[in-house]
Design a protein around this ligand. Structure first.
Ligand SMILES: *Cc1c(COP(=O)(O)O)cnc(C)c1O
Length: 369
């Protein structure tokens, strides 16, 4: 990779391939792999990621919202795309782009059947989502009869899959809870399948489910964060490679005398002479204000430079007093050495939040295509 000349997010497609193959190696031969590419592919680039995974053999894709699925179709994704959280207002568009809805309540089920009927659909693939303990989205166990009666009224839809979502698959202290979720999913899906005249696919596992609960792989798994290089544990992080590296450069160097302040609200006041570097990346690029005041740090020439004072919208200032560097030098925020997870830990958040926050104005570049 050439040295950064502005703020860029480098996406390493070889690392993506490694992660995909690692997760796949955990599956039985016939288990399908659904790649979760919501939120711009966890902040990277959903279309590039999905196109590449499509060539590598991903069976299914998932996004959260309809507009994300439309973007994938426009980029040439032909595999089925599950929309995890569609809203009624977008269901016509969903059908127009052959996206497949997750139906999670009687209300959205009825709305979908109405629209699919209006659009003269037959056996339109839908996915029925059950709540088994996350208490976020999904039908309840005792909704099965109502679901069946709505579905059997019409031939517009066909249940392609029945699924649920684990609440704490990464937390082995919650193993008993998770095993209960799995048992409950088995029994709910059996109940529904017995009342349908065919057998839909079953799926339940996110990344940590793939890694920790092989007994819950069923017919398909839904891998997200693992594809991007994070395994939610020190052990699994070692088996995965972060695909995204956020880089920038030094725009300007300042010499700060004792008693001077740096940045907005004079939030930093120096006790001694220091050198700071101003970098063209700020909270509008995804470096939240909580990373100010030394919580976040960047790496320049292999050395750590903590953020000084407040994070501005388009800039941060970092302490380079003891680093031999010059204007124009490359700066790494996070990547394969200092990972987004380590960065996120400095402010008690998680890799998911940090990587999905890299804003759309940051240029994405791809390596190892
Ligand atoms: C986001 C999401 C996933 C992916 O989870 P990871 O922990 O990133 O692997 C899977 N299933 C559902 C329903 C999701 O919302």
């Amino acid at each position: 990779m050439p040295k950064a000349q502005e703020t860029v997010l480098e996406i390493d497609l070889k690392a993506l391939k490694h992660n995909f193959e690692y997760l796949k190696s955990k599956l039985r031969k016939n288990t399908k792999f659904l790649a979760v590419v919501k939120a711009f592919g966890y902040g990277s680039d959903a279309c590039e990621i999905a196109s590449y995974l499509q060539t590598l053999g991903a069976d299914y894709f998932a996004v959260a919202y309809v507009n994300e699925g439309v973007a994938l179709r426009k980029a040439g994704i032909t595999k089925p795309i599950l929309v995890l959280h569609p809203q009624a207002v977008n269901l016509k568009t969903l059908i127009a782009y052959s996206l497949e809805p997750s139906l999670y309540s009687i209300k959205i089920l009825k709305e979908f059947i109405n629209i699919a009927t209006l659009k003269k659909q037959c056996d339109y693939p839908v996915h029925i989502k059950f709540n088994t303990g996350l208490n976020r989205l999904g039908f309840w166990e005792n909704d099965v009869d109502d679901i069946v009666s709505e579905i059997n009224k019409t031939d517009t839809v066909r249940v392609t899959s029945i699924f649920s979502h684990l609440a704490a698959s990464e937390d082995l202290n919650e193993k008993e809870f998770t095993l209960n979720q799995i048992t409950s999913f088995r029994s709910i899906s059996k109940n529904l399948m017995d009342k349908l005249a065919y057998k839909p696919m079953l799926h339940m596992c996110n990344t940590s489910g793939i890694l920790n609960y092989p007994e819950a792989h069923f017919d398909m798994v839904r891998g997200g964060i693992g594809l991007y290089g994070f395994g939610n544990s020190d052990k699994e992080n070692k088996n995965l490679i972060p695909i995204a590296t956020l880089k920038t450069i030094i725009s300007q160097i300042h010499k700060i005398e004792k008693g001077e302040s740096v940045g907005y609200n004079r939030a930093f006041k120096s006790n001694s002479f220091l050198k700071t570097a101003t970098l063209p990346i700020g909270h509008a690029d995804g470096i939240g204000r909580q990373y100010g005041h030394g919580k976040g740090f960047v790496t320049i020439k292999g050395q750590r430079a903590p953020i000084v004072g407040n994070v501005c919208m388009d800039m941060i200032m970092v302490d380079i007093t003891n680093i031999d560097c010059k204007e124009g030098d490359e700066v790494v925020i996070f990547g394969q050495d200092t990972t987004a997870e380590q960065w996120a830990k400095t402010t008690n958040t998680i890799s998911y939040e940090l990587i999905t926050s890299v804003s759309q104005r940051v240029k994405r570049i791809f390596s190892n295509k």
